[in-house]
Write a protein that binds this ligand. Structure first.
Ligand SMILES: Cc1cc2nc3c(=O)[nH]c(=O)nc-3n(C[C@H](O)[C@H](O)[C@H](O)COP(=O)(O)OP(=O)(O)OC[C@H]3O[C@@H](n4cnc5c(N)ncnc54)[C@H](O)[C@@H]3O)c2cc1C
Length: 381
């Protein structure tokens, strides 16, 4: 067992920051803090470095794109198709019936492109993979993180960006638990492109209770098919209930799940989309989940603090397209508050409270928007 250096070895900027979760929100927070002059930032990620990684299409709004720009991550590194067009297509009898075009105030990336763009910029020694946080103690000292392998690490501020099934949320806000919303975002990525596909297409079959989205990604096509499933069906499809397996990775997707998705595609989608689904080898899924809106983002822990951000704070339904955006905006706001503390001696507790005051309403709004959109699309019928 080893213990990472304690706060007594802190350097000039004063604050030792431990960020938990190395997906999107965590690396963004770590980079922003380092960019702002915090030189004692460590990022802990549960997955080992060798774990296969991947993820689907993510729409980023201008606020997030600008934060990444300011961080020196050029947009063309993570946006390969710069269309702003969204086509809503109603489908009747498996044929496109009408189309409505609108523009998205942002651009589409993929988890894979954005994760790579962020993590390749982390200075050596920042990211510790294979470090799963299991607990945190504080009194009367600074927060002490406990890891699955018995290691510990001390920090003045712990930033939990550990996603939908957050350990940080379980420790800090245990009453807010995930609830299954009754439908699944089945996802697929093809390794061949669809000629002419540039935009984000959203197919809405007239039979409510489903939606099919498709967009180009480098080297292929990314699709998401929202379909209803009981919790028992979800277990059949992916080997565990939705509250335990919030994401189903390719190795969890059973033949039963593949067949159910193919059958729905064949029954309700136009030929081209049904064929696309059928031909897709790599499949994943995300259970659509709800949670009570957060009432706070900051907690005192011993002589320090812990915060929740990104999906750890507020996992939102995918249709809101706000999950990654919230995480990036919260990370930038947190960096601004901490910079006021570091540069101008602002009271740290007040600075963190101010950050919470500014960012909590957007997180609450996104949590509340999810069921409204699900209802509008007929998905939770
Ligand atoms: C179908 C779909 C479409 C979406 N579309 C959009 C969109 O258009 N726009 C948008 O903004 N968002 C979208 N999202 C949401 C977006 O993908 C998430 O909000 C985003 O990935 C959250 O990032 P995160 O870093 O906060 O959490 P996560 O990506 O969940 O990452 C959490 C990380 O923490 C690690 N971890 C977990 N527990 C521990 C632990 N105990 N110790 C150490 N590490 C740990 C995990 O291994 C993981 O790497 C979509 C989601 C889905 C499913």
């Amino acid at each position: 067992m080893s213990t990472h250096p304690t706060a007594s070895s802190r350097t000039g900027t004063g604050l030792r920051v431990a960020v938990v979760g190395g997906s999107l929100t965590g690396p963004t927070a770590a980079l922003l803090l380092q960019h702002a002059g915090f030189d004692d930032v460590t990022l802990y990620e549960a997955a080992p470095a060798s774990a296969p990684l991947g993820g689907g299409l993510i729409g980023l709004e201008h606020s997030s794109l600008d934060i990444l720009d300011q961080l020196g991550v050029p947009q063309d590194e993570f946006v390969r198709y710069d269309s702003e067009t969204v086509m809503d297509i109603t489908v009747r009898g498996r044929r496109p019936e009408s189309e409505h075009r609108h523009l998205y105030a942002g651009r589409n990336t993929t988890w894979t492109l954005l994760h790579a763009a962020l993590t390749r910029r982390l200075p050596a020694g920042t990211l510790h993979t294979g470090h799963r946080v299991t607990g945190m103690t504080g009194e009367p000292r600074r927060p002490l993180l406990h890891f699955a392998d018995g290691d510990t690490a001390q920090a003045d501020l712990v930033v939990f960006a550990d996603g939908r099934a957050s350990t940080g949320r379980r420790l800090l806000d245990p009453h807010r638990q995930l609830r299954y919303a009754g439908y699944v975002a089945h996802r697929g990525q093809t390794s061949s492109t669809q000629p002419g596909l540039q935009d984000f297409l959203r197919f809405e079959p007239s039979r409510s209770g489903m939606q099919f989205n498709v967009a180009p990604i480098p080297g292929g096509v990314d699709w998401t098919f929202y379909l209803g499933a009981t919790a028992a069906q979800y277990s059949d499809f992916f080997g565990a209930p939705p509250t335990r397996r919030v994401f189903a990775l390719p190795q969890h997707v059973t033949d039963t799940a593949r067949a159910a998705v193919d059958t729905s595609a064949q029954q309700y989608l136009p030929d081209e989309q049904a064929a696309l689904v059928h031909a897709t080898g790599t499949r994943m899924a995300a259970a659509v989940m709800d949670i009570d809106p957060p009432t706070r983002m900051v907690w005192p822990v011993g002589a320090g603090h812990a915060v929740l951000l990104g999906d750890a704070l507020a996992p939102v339904r995918p249709h809101t397209a706000r999950g990654a955006n919230n995480g990036i905006e919260q990370a930038a706001g947190l960096t601004a508050a901490l910079t006021q503390h570091r540069k101008y001696g602002a009271n740290l507790t007040a600075a963190l409270d101010g950050w919470q005051h500014r960012h909590l309403p957007a997180a609450v709004a996104a949590v509340q928007l999810g069921p409204e959109l699900g209802h509008k699309f007929g998905l939770d019928a």
